[in-house]
Design a protein around this ligand. Structure first.
Ligand code: NI
Length: 166
């Protein structure tokens, strides 16, 4: 089932997601719905807070041909190093792309769709996307890394677009 993606500055995007206690069928259903929504919206990542679910679940697929879906439950970054700057966008901030600096390499641990613990070292797009999505689970958006001037300009344009649609 396709879910509705919340748009900045919806206050629900600022909530902190809670850890998943046990990976069950209901958890997998949420992850599958999130993947369906992410692919439909042509995103490379989606966090549960973006669809109004305050659980620490995120999905991503940074492959060229959209063939590598990843489900991360209770993701935790154990170590980060290096710096990479890339143009980031977000399904909750539609139409805006701005350069953001992040660690270029991360060591990460999470539970996969079956509840198995996974330990991985990622760099490049995998690392950037995971950091962006984990931020969402802590109520943080990529626009928070921009100047307040830029952030306010984006917020006003999104609010104007919404008024025009309504
Ligand atoms: Ni995002």
């Amino acid at each position: 089932m396709k879910l509705t993606v919340l748009h900045y500055p919806d206050p629900r995007l600022r909530l902190t997601a809670r850890p998943v206690k046990e990976v069950r069928d209901a958890t997998r259903q949420i992850a599958d719905d999130m993947l369906e929504t992410m692919y439909h919206e042509r995103g490379i990542g989606l966090a549960a807070t973006q669809v109004g679910i305050t659980k620490r679940i995120l999905v991503m697929d940074v492959s060229e041909d959209k063939s590598e879906p990843l489900v991360l439950i209770n993701p935790c970054i154990l170590d980060k190093s290096g710096v990479i700057e890339s143009n980031e966008g977000c399904l909750s901030v539609p139409g805006f792309y701005e350069p953001v600096r992040r660690a270029s390499r991360i060591e990460i641990e999470y539970l996969d769709r079956s509840g198995k613990r996974v330990h991985a070292e990622w760099e490049g797009m995998h690392a950037v996307c995971a950091q962006h999505e984990i931020d969402h689970l802590d109520g943080k958006l990529f626009v928070d890394y921009l100047s307040s001037l830029k952030r306010n300009r984006i917020r006003k344009r999104i609010e104007k677009q919404r008024r025009e649609i309504a």
